[in-house]
Ligand binder design. Structure first.
Ligand SMILES: [Zn+2]
Ligand SMILES: [Zn+2]
Length: 145
């Protein structure tokens, strides 16, 4: 399976692990995954259903938000496909309405109050805090949820 890296435009052969990850996500109906490129070591997003690279919309509110899903510390990217959505490249969760994403963040903070440390609330919007302001062990704590 040949895949084109969206960062360096190099075409590479998917590893057995990546092929497994892609076919699993196809079965789960996921529309968005992150892959690591063996040439530039960058990560880029891929729609496993079409094998196309979804166009990531430029962030307006600083860095990407942390994913609100249980035990997931991935980052949310705004994606513009046929229909714009927000997706987590780690767990594959997608939100088609921004307020649904913000509701999911509110829920996750209610369940796990320490999660509020990685967001700043601006009106009814959440924006991410800079990585350096996140608690050092954020990923460790979330992984234990
Ligand atoms: Zn690359
Ligand atoms: Zn996630």
């Amino acid at each position: 399976m040949n895949i084109k890296c969206d960062q360096c435009k190099e075409i590479f052969t998917a590893t057995p692990d990546q092929i497994r990850f892609i076919s699993d996500s196809q079965k789960k109906g996921m529309k968005f995954i992150m892959l690591e490129c063996p040439s530039c070591y960058g990560s880029f997003s891929l729609n496993p259903q079409t094998m196309d690279v979804p166009y990531a919309v430029k962030e307006t509110d600083g860095d990407c938000l942390r994913c609100p899903c249980n035990s997931c510390y991935g980052f949310i990217s705004p994606i513009s496909d046929e229909k714009a959505f927000w997706g987590c490249g780690e767990c594959g969760m997608v939100w088609f309405i921004q307020s649904d994403l913000f509701d999911a963040i509110t829920d996750s903070i209610q369940r796990h109050p320490y999660r509020s440390n990685v967001y700043t609330k601006k009106g009814d919007h959440y924006i991410s805090v800079p990585l350096k302001d996140e608690p050092d062990n954020y990923e460790e704590i979330v992984a234990r949820e």
